[in-house]
Design a protein around this ligand. Sequence first.
Ligand code: HEM
Length: 264
Amino acid sequence: MNWVTKMFSSSIGQKFIMALTGLFLCSFLVIHMVGNLQLFKADDGLAFNTYAVFMTTFPVIKFVSYVLYASIIFHAIKGLMLVSKNNKARPVKYAVQNGAANSHWTSRSMGILGTLVLVFIVIHMKNFWFEYKFGHEVGYTSYFTNIATGETGSRAMEAEYKQHNKIEETMVSSPDGQQYKIVVVKDLYKEVATEFKEWWLVALYVLCMFAVAFHLYHGFQSAFQTLGINHSKYNGLIKFIGIWVFSVLIPAGFAAMPIFFFFK
Ligand code: HEM
């Protein structure tokens, strides 16, 4: 048995890979959050749509996306297996269950919290990722930017308009000699803005961000413990990032997006 097979089959090895995939998913969330901040720009979605094309067509990022999908699947399956193994190992509940004395409730609820996050990811990917890549609902918008003034306007294309690429850029001159950059791009921004006009979807997203917050409250710090990164010098920083970045800032930032579009 070589070390790779050993790693995948031993329970320590599996926890190790869960920690690594978990931290990789955390780093994805940071990038996803920063990228999605473009949704707040008052440019009718030009920056966000251009960013979405880059993220879905640049070869290195496309490759990282496949690693991401594999990580989500592995992390979810192994996590559920671990929960079921732990439950089987202790089939009879203690007569007096005083979990709070030994552990935080988030650590005892990682299975249910993780399942909620997984359900969210499935719904979320169906709404945006699937529609953008394979669906028929995402149309095209044409943006025209005056090169001299930087002013940008936009116009939605006909519903049945289709083009080979997600983005096409051209330069044109108007009769009065003004130069314009024309960008025709697949309008994912409009899809996001339209979806978040549904109050129940906004409510679902906001609720699911609590599950993300509580899952990461325990998960981020626990991953470092599993990897053996446990030193009084760094523990404070890891705890700070786990709580303030991953269980407050990131979920709150994501929750702000549907709320912003609902009231826009
Ligand atoms: C609530 C605010 C959020 C918004 C507005 C948003 C928006 C989007 C959009 C528009 C896409 C499709 C674009 C693409 O394929 O790159 C996408 C993809 C994705 N989102 Fe989100 N997202 C949000 C939160 C989240 C959260 C909290 C998670 C995870 C817990 C998540 C996980 C994913 C994944 C895994 C993909 C597929 C990424 C890929 O194909 O590389 N998103 N998101």
